[in-house]
Design a protein around this ligand. Sequence first.
Ligand code: EPU
Length: 419
Amino acid sequence: MSTFNDKFLIVGGNELYGEVDVQTSKNAVLPILAGSILCDKPIVIKDVPNILDVHNMFAILRDLGVKLECDKDCVIDASDITNFTLNQDLCKTLRSSIFLLGPLLARFKRAVISFPGGCDIGNRPIDLHLNGLQKLGVKITNRHSQICCDGRGMKSGIVQLDFPSVGATENLMMSAMFLKGTTKLINVAKEPEVVDLQNFLNSMGASISGAGTAEITINGVNNLHSTQYAPIDDRIVAGTLMIATAITGGKIKLKHTNFKNNQSLIAKLSSVGCQIDIKRDNIYITSKGRLNSVDLIDTQVYPGFPTDMQAQMMSLQAVSNGVSIICENVFENRYKHAKELIKMGADIILRDRVAVVKGVAELNGAPVDATDLRAGAGLVLAGLKANGYTTINNVYHIDRGYENFENILKDLGADIKRV
Ligand code: EPU
């Protein structure tokens, strides 16, 4: 795993050719790991990615008393949880620590958590999680910057979310698993990772339906059983590699990836001249020469264009032919990469949630900072295209979500190394 001082050194200009087996989805596996503690029998999660966020989640689980054995597959034994207070320092490392709140309340009717950390891309409050839990009868008090939750009075009910938050949907789904009767969650997130969590929970004996639509129904069950589960592939990693090929030129094959989860990106890249072919669970992408700009990239909840691909698309627009307008509607502070791209010669004007990107013929390598996970990935893509040397600092942000990123790119022909 990475250290805080790791950097990527990139010499731009190489096209990408070859094939990649797409890793398991970070945003599917993190709530699934948290959900594993709902069951008091061993659970096996297949192909868990070797990324920093997963290691941070392991540390939090171990601190609760969970036994973990991990190689590629991970055996989780939560039969002996002795602690219901999440370690404050560990929570700061990981936004997804919040996912443990629902499972702890469901199984033990109590939990003490801290405000979670994670990528600095906006305020990222947790009010939707807490308001939803209160609707289900959880009593919540704040003490010394910790949130104490008492779930002894929990009852099934109806929760209407003000916004279809992915994390709140997942947390509420897990919290209601054992409540007698039926719980309905309305205006929920429809992301593929929510569907995957439902499938995982049902594979342990839960009775949940509706994920992928705006309404989820949870019929309480009394107990769960062991399961083996393989989470979905990472649509954002697949998308990042598609944009990498679009920007450098070349042809790559992405294996074991569900194109249906990447339709909004495929539509945009096809519209500006990339050739994309789908054969079963493989995506082939070919890019030749300079692409035209995408007129408008408006980030939205699924199935709209994902906020997690906005930074990578900005790098592509920075060298495309024409002007692109990007509107970041999901997070209010997710443009830190723009300042770094400007250091490389990009022409970008920012106003609040809107970025106007005028494509330039060339970027020039420069030392830049990865300010968060996807910003870092976007800068790597810019470095692959830029003239000369680019140094990316703080690559631990990238290691949070991309497994073996530099070696995958190197195998495709990129000149990139970690120092
Ligand atoms: N929000 C609230 N209150 C809440 C929760 C969310 O106001 O209680 C707001 C957020 O501040 C944000 C918006 O709602 O403006 C969307 O947040 P959401 O809860 O949907 O996001 P999340 O669950 O924190 C997950 C992914 C993110 C991804 C978003 C949106 C995981 C572990 N993280 O975050 O992934 O960007 O959904 O799709 O699933 C990433 O992988 O780089 C990443 C940041």
